[in-house]
Design a protein around this ligand. Structure first.
Ligand SMILES: NC(=O)c1ccc[n+]([C@@H]2O[C@H](COP(=O)([O-])OP(=O)(O)OC[C@H]3O[C@@H](n4cnc5c(N)ncnc54)[C@H](OP(=O)(O)O)[C@@H]3O)[C@@H](O)[C@H]2O)c1
Length: 234
């Protein structure tokens, strides 16, 4: 029996890719799953929708109004544009910063008072781009370096107040989700080449690594899991 049975988990980015795959695995373990999205019709079966646009601070706050106890928060929502520092559009940078960093941080903060006294777990979806800067990846990597720093800062802060809430992250390489079309927007030939060059991770591969963190015994705190498809070189 999974330790997640009967537990309540809040998942952002629940409508697509990694977040949607995770929701399916959680439902299969009889967890109560609350999924944050702008598109509730895209959620998988038995996921309770919470509609919010994560670029808007008030809508992020509204996720937590009237929310009861949760045992876990998984921040999967993210935006990726290949938008360079030398010539990218700052509007793209701003959207990435808001969703990838600000919304994730605000969700972490607002979730804290919803955890039971014996704690729970927060998992932030980072990226291999939070560990090294891809040569032409533009502003996406800076947002993921920030996710890594926010995760480490939150973990230290929680320990400094003796909170039993654990914080971890997963850092995937390329995953075959709709995000890749967004990232390679206007550079479709690069996407075709990248897909031909390696077997990418499936969203369920990454969802499984998130489950490893969520289902670990209580005395085991996993800080980060770096996971690439075996054909990915960096
Ligand atoms: N795919 C990869 O290669 C890869 C690699 C490393 C890390 N990651 C990270 O993994 C996470 C999940 O990515 P994915 O590949 O699963 O992407 P995806 O399939 O494109 O899904 C992105 C999710 O983010 C949500 N989202 C985006 N903007 C939002 C907004 N303004 N308000 C609310 N929700 C918003 C979307 O929800 P709605 O549009 O329904 O609202 C969607 O559920 C991201 O943090 C990404 O950076 C992905």
């Amino acid at each position: 029996m999974s330790s997640l049975q009967g537990k309540t988990l809040l998942v952002t980015g629940a409508s697509s890719g990694i977040g949607r795959a995770l929701c399916e695995l959680l439902v299969a373990r009889n967890a109560n799953v609350l999924g944050v999205t702008r598109n509730p019709s895209a959620l998988s079966e038995d996921v309770s929708p919470i509609v919010a646009d994560l670029t808007k601070r008030e809508e992020i706050s509204s996720i937590f109004h009237g929310l009861g106890k949760i045992d876990g928060l998984v921040n999967c929502a993210g935006v990726a544009y290949l938008s360079r520092i030398i010539d990218g559009n700052p509007t793209d940078w701003e959207e990435m910063w808001r969703v990838n960093v600000m919304a994730l941080s605000q969700c972490c903060q607002l979730s804290l008072k919803h955890f039971p006294a014996n704690g729970g777990r927060i998992v932030n979806v980072c990226s291999m781009s939070g560990h090294r800067v891809p040569p032409s990846g533009g502003f996406y990597a800076p947002t993921k370096f920030a996710v890594r720093a926010v995760t480490d800062a939150l973990r230290s802060e929680l320990k400094s107040i003796d909170s039993p809430i654990q914080v971890g992250s997963v850092s995937p390489g390329f995953v075959d989700t709709p995000m890749l079309e967004q990232y390679f927007r206007g550079r479709e030939e690069s996407l075709t080449k990248t897909k031909a060059a390696m077997k990418m991770l499936d969203p369920f591969d990454v969802a499984w690594t998130i489950l490893c963190i969520l289902e670990a015994p209580p005395h085991v705190e996993i800080g980060d899991i770096l996971v690439r498809g075996s054909g990915q070189h960096m």
